[in-house]
Ligand binder design. Sequence first.
Ligand SMILES: [Fe+2]
Length: 289
Amino acid sequence: MNSPADLRLPFAVRRLTPALGAEISGVDLAQGVTPEVFRAIYDAFLRYQVLLFPSQEIPPAAQVAFARQFGEVQVHVMNQYHADGFPELYRLSNLDEHGRPNGRHPDKGTLAWHTDGSWQRVTGQATIIYGEVVPDTGGETHFCDMYGAYERLDAAWKARIADLRAVHNLDFSRTRRHGEDPLTEAQRLEKPPVDHPVVRTHPETGRKCLYLGDHAEYIVGMPYDEGRALIEELNALAVHPDLTCEHRWKPGELIVWDNRCLMHRATPYDPFTQRRVVRRCTVLGEVPS
Ligand SMILES: [Fe+2]
């Protein structure tokens, strides 16, 4: 529960793990959040990286309004996912028009550790997901603290990667890696590959973190295969039990996380027997540096 320093907060805070994550209770998101309460939520967002709001009814409009308090909400290039009349919302569902599981996983790319929007020049700040329907088993969301991942590297690793830049490419991660849901030619032209520092400094906390994940394809100035191997090695090194937070969803929960200092992934579920419908929006952040 709240530490003494938190007693003035307009909500209760319960840590999810020692490293990251907190449950925020006592905020009615459907009613809207005042600027004062939002400031306290935003402080918690920077401090805990992942915020879990317990089950509540949140209409799409309220989710978008909450997201807009964080900043400009992204309209995703893959417009086949737009939902509920809001181009800012991206719906992932495995249900057919009768509400039955259709046997197809809507986005296998989410199964690999990644950070949202790293394939754009201006990358993702917050991602906000609301669980409408969640599976009985599987379909969890896992988070990995990339501040901690950087801090765990030894001095030699830190020196080796200090000035490296990685090219992030949505076409790589979607088409070549997962073999599904390829971008259209127009989408590909709209979102060409971009390069970002492998070690970025969080623009608000000032802390350094690793910035890679599944969209990172190769390293600028390094032979392709060598860069691929380096990215794979660092992505694997980053994930450690002390740095991860694993969440099993209940219906009606909402989770907000900071893409600038986290990787995340979804775990598999059986799309033939389990039902999963989540709606997501991503707030645009900044150009990483
Ligand atoms: Fe994601």
